[in-house]
Design a protein around this ligand. Structure first.
Ligand code: URP
Ligand code: ZN
Ligand code: ZN
Length: 463
């Protein structure tokens, strides 16, 4: 069976094009004006935008599984929520136990996701230990379709030394992969938390005070130096401040290749949330924390100017009962917020309709650049003949409000509660099969693992 999408505005790699698009056998087979119906099922997209499926390059599904601080969304609920929002592929962070192999984490993540995921998926690998055994596993990871990694410079249970970070960047770079970094200075975070507690500040309001902008900026600078010395491009995940952006600009002016991810929460929410009464601020405890309105403005400007490469969610959803682990001590509040369902609608409403970015820029941020950076292009991330039929038909006229009561995310709040939205994923195709129709999920568990290749995003010659 094939589908012919007629009369839509296709957001193609070269820009918006008014044309028809046919999907057959799971692939885009034709793009052009006035395509004949043939045997295809017809879908009228007049007045609609047609995007390549959106890719969320930053999720944490089934994190801390079996522990008191387990995340709310598992592979079932998280990928259903992704899909209804128009996200057809997520890249989740596989995480080995301390001392365990990367292979063990990859196997665990496959066991959790395979056969359960409603959207496509791939895995980044977290490096918590660095030694010759882990290094020796990297080619196996590449063979298994894992070509991207994350290291942490913060969180005592996760962070590695600067020397090890340098080694990781070199070893991964040699294989054509890319390493992303959680940029906060772990020592200074520990000192910051201790200082807040010593002053008797135990509520969520102390969270941002314990890890101010300088803590991120120092780690970004250090990560950039590590990347420069290692001689390979590096990725910065969940960048949150103007100050960190300035560090990136300076590095780029020096000729360094560096990629930047920010997240909807840093664009749309700010530190005022930590002043909410009672324990409400806990809903917004994530790291780095929400920042100032000036930081938000700077991030939007960077998005408009093309200085940000990807917008991932960092979806890491904790029920309020789990957030309550830190009721008497903000440093025990599990860090993270949900968002995988709402990223496209937020970017469209507050990015496109507000005039910060065009639909084409939105496509580049949510589809094309994620696919290129993480070795999936043009199979994913493009409306082009030969690409996978993962497609979003976007109704630009829909209006509504975000509410936890109506979300598919399995968490009992949303940080975007009550926010007005415009536009939505009306129809979603996954490999040419209709999985969302009239904004409702109609098919589940059709997601496939995406075996990824080398980073395709390098702007300059590889060393
Ligand atoms: O607070 C956050 N961001 N939690 C998720 C884990 C991470 O650091 O990405
Ligand atoms: Zn992080
Ligand atoms: Zn994260």
């Amino acid at each position: 069976m094939s589908i012919l999408i007629q009369n839509g505005t296709l957001i193609c790699p070269q820009g918006p094009v008014k044309a028809d698009l046919r999907v057959r056998g799971g692939k885009i087979t034709e793009i052009g004006p006035g395509l004949p119906p043939e045997d295809s099922r017809l879908v009228d997209a007049a007045g609609k935008l047609v995007f390549p499926g959106f890719i969320d390059t930053h999720t944490h599904l089934e994190m801390n599984k079996g522990l008191p601080n387990e995340t709310a969304d598992d592979w079932s609920s998280g990928t259903r929520a992704a899909l209804i929002g128009g996200t057809t592929c997520v890249l989740d962070f596989a995480e080995p136990e301390r001392g365990a192999s990367l292979a063990s984490a990859l196997e665990t993540w496959h066991r959790r996701a395979d056969g359960r995921a409603s959207c496509h998926y791939g895995f980044h690998m977290t490096i918590k230990d660095w030694n010759s055994a882990i290094r020796a596993e990297l080619p196996d990871m590449t063979a298994g379709g894992v070509t991207s990694y994350k290291i942490y410079l913060a969180y005592d249970n996760l962070r590695i030394s600067d020397g090890d970070a340098y080694e990781v960047v070199r070893a991964v770079g040699e294989l054509g992969g890319v390493v992303g970094c959680h940029c906060e200075n772990g020592d200074l975070v520990s000192v910051g938390i201790a200082a807040q507690k010593a002053a008797g500040h135990l509520s969520p309001a102390a969270h941002p005070l314990s890890r101010p902008a300088a803590v991120e900026a120092e780690a970004v600078d250090r990560w950039l130096a590590i990347g420069e010395l290692a001689g390979y491009p590096v990725n910065i995940v969940h960048l949150s401040t103007c100050r960190a952006l300035q560090a990136v600009r300076q590095a780029r002016m020096r000729g360094q290749e560096v990629y930047v991810e920010t997240c909807p929460q840093y664009l749309l929410l700010n530190e005022s949330k930590y002043q909410l009464p009672g324990f409400e601020g806990a809903k917004f405890v994530l790291s780095p924390p929400l920042r100032t309105p000036a930081d938000q403005d700077a991030l939007w400007e960077a998005l408009s100017a093309g200085e940000v490469d990807t917008v991932g969610t960092d979806h890491c959803s904790f029920r309020l009962s789990v957030k309550a682990l830190g009721r008497d001590d903000f440093s025990r509040i599990p860090n993270g917020i949900p968002g995988v369902e709402h990223r496209p609608i937020l970017l469209y409403t507050y990015g496109v309709t507000a005039g910060h970015i065009s639909p084409h820029q939105m496509m580049r941020l949510l589809s094309e650049q994620p696919a290129k950076l993480f070795g999936m292009y043009p199979q994913k991330g493009a409306l082009a003949v030969g690409s996978d039929g993962d497609i979003v038909i976007w109704d630009p006229d829909y209006t509504g409000r975000i509410s936890a009561a109506h979300q598919l995310q399995a968490v009992d709040y949303t940080p975007y509660e009550g926010m007005a939205v415009r536009g939505r994923a009306e129809t979603v195709l996954l490999l040419g099969e209709t999985v969302v129709e009239s904004g409702a999920l109609v098919r589940e568990k059709r997601g496939r693992y995406v075996r990824r290749g080398a980073c395709q995003f390098w702007r300059r010659e590889r060393p």
